[in-house]
Design a protein around this ligand. Structure first.
Ligand SMILES: Nc1nc2c(ncn2[C@@H]2O[C@H](COP(=O)(O)OP(=O)(O)OP(=O)(O)O)[C@@H](O)[C@H]2O)c(=O)[nH]1
Ligand SMILES: [Mg+2]
Length: 391
């Protein structure tokens, strides 16, 4: 699985650890700002309460290696990875159980592969939400394998399906993944925009991302640009407090692009390395959500070179094919760079991951596997496929 987020280089430990995060000077003149600096009372309490360099927890200190040997650090990292792997396997267990149960039923008492078996297999894959088109393509490739006598028995058939699923997921990964690794170190803040239909898990994902990215030694700031309902900001404020990450928010109904502008300015002033932007799934006004998101992107790119560096589209695994259809709307906004697949723990149709990768043609970067702060993992296609087939 690897470390969660790797913007920081190893030398960061000796360079920065004992210093407060260096505040970069305010930009000389902001070109035609869409909003003025928010009055102090509009900025979140969370910001006011946060010291510039928040105290680091024992966990962070150990991640940064102050008091641990290299071996201890590696052991700790390995233990964390193992724990996350186990948690991921648990999250997809309902899908695995259903899939293997059905496959066992299809395979039971059969010695050879025939058309009836392939038809049943098709039904099983579609039932796991892998998607009709994707399933047909997998079956097509399997049939070719059978014709070429490369697939002779049930074991080989199972292996072929696994390898087809894996290659679909890996193909989507090769679509020039935008990530912290693709942006030069000097560019700061690294801006991540989180978009998606309402209720899919955007705010929760931001809480989880903020926690992990901070734990790896980065100064993180959250922007509450979902101004659709007051509760959205409150919910984000709870996450901010829980994770000790400052938050910029304004009153309900404020133009989201204005909140983003303020947040970008604040991030620069505070020397924040990462800015995570929460967005709404709906808007107050009749104006189009997609147009609003485009406007936010323009504001971001004016303020920080190349921003937003990542635009993650959150998709809810439970909503299956319906969710996929809604997610397509967001692809009309240029520059969605990856997917966060949430609520994998809440469905027996986790095959949707394959349909998403195939049909949206975007890499799945992270998977949500629960409601708690550490229930987010880097999505690993190999691990996913292995988990589905019980090894
Ligand atoms: N089981 C499970 N629940 C999740 C996961 N991610 C989010 N949730 C839950 O999904 C619900 C909606 O999450 P939010 O983060 O509020 O979703 P949102 O996209 O911000 O919603 P809006 O702000 O209304 O657009 C909450 O009850 C979360 O706890 C996950 O990975 N697993
Ligand atoms: Mg939200």
């Amino acid at each position: 699985m690897g470390l969660f987020w790797r913007r920081k280089k190893d030398d960061f430990v000796s360079l920065r650890l004992n210093e407060p995060s260096a505040a970069t000077p305010e930009p000389a003149a902001a070109p035609t700002p869409p909003a003025v600096e928010p009055p102090a009372e509009l900025v979140s309490e969370t910001v006011k309460e946060q010291p510039v360099a928040p105290a680091r927890s024992p966990f962070q200190t150990s991640v940064l290696g102050l008091n641990l040997s290299m071996e201890q650090l590696q052991a700790q990292e390995a233990a964390l990875e193992q724990e996350l792997s186990a948690r991921f396997r648990r999250a997809v267990s309902a899908t695995r159980d259903t899939l293997s149960e059905k496959l066992d039923t299809v395979f039971a008492g059969r010695k050879q592969i025939d058309d009836e078996l392939l038809d049943q297999l098709e039904e099983v894959l579609i039932a796991a939400d892998i998607g009709v088109q994707t399933t047909l393509e997998i079956l097509e490739s399997v049939r070719r394998g059978i014709a070429r006598k490369q697939i002779n028995d049930l074991e080989a058939l199972k292996a072929a399906i696994k390898s087809e699923l894996l290659s679909i997921l890996q193909a989507s990964e090769r679509q020039g993944v935008a990530s912290e690794l693709s942006v030069p170190d000097g560019v700061s803040p690294y801006v991540m925009m989180i978009v998606g239909v309402n209720g899919v898990g955007k705010t929760t994902t931001i809480g989880k991302l903020a926690q992990r990215i901070k734990a790896e030694g980065n100064d993180v700031l959250i922007c509450a640009a979902d101004t659709f309902r007051a509760a959205a900001s409150d919910q984000l404020a709870i996450w901010a407090e829980r994770t000790g990450v400052p938050l910029i928010q304004q009153k309900q109904g404020t133009d989201p692009a204005a909140v983003l502008f303020d947040s970008l300015k604040a991030a620069k002033a505070r020397g924040s390395e990462v800015l995570i932007v929460d967005t709404a799934g709906r808007l107050h006004t009749k104006s189009n959500l997609m147009a609003e998101l485009e406007k936010m992107k323009r504001v971001a790119s004016r303020e920080v070179q190349g921003a937003p560096h990542e635009t993650l589209l959150v998709v809810d695994a439970v909503t299956g094919q319906n969710g996929l259809e809604q997610a397509r709307q967001f692809l009309k906004v240029a520059g969605v760079t990856g997917i966060v697949l949430t609520k994998l723990d809440g469905t027996a149709k986790g095959g949707i991951a394959v349909a998403i990768a195939k049909e949206l043609n975007l890499p799945i970067r992270y998977a949500g596997i629960g409601e708690k702060v550490d229930d987010l993992v880097v999505f690993d296609p190999q691990q996913y496929v292995n988990s589905l087939f019980g090894n």
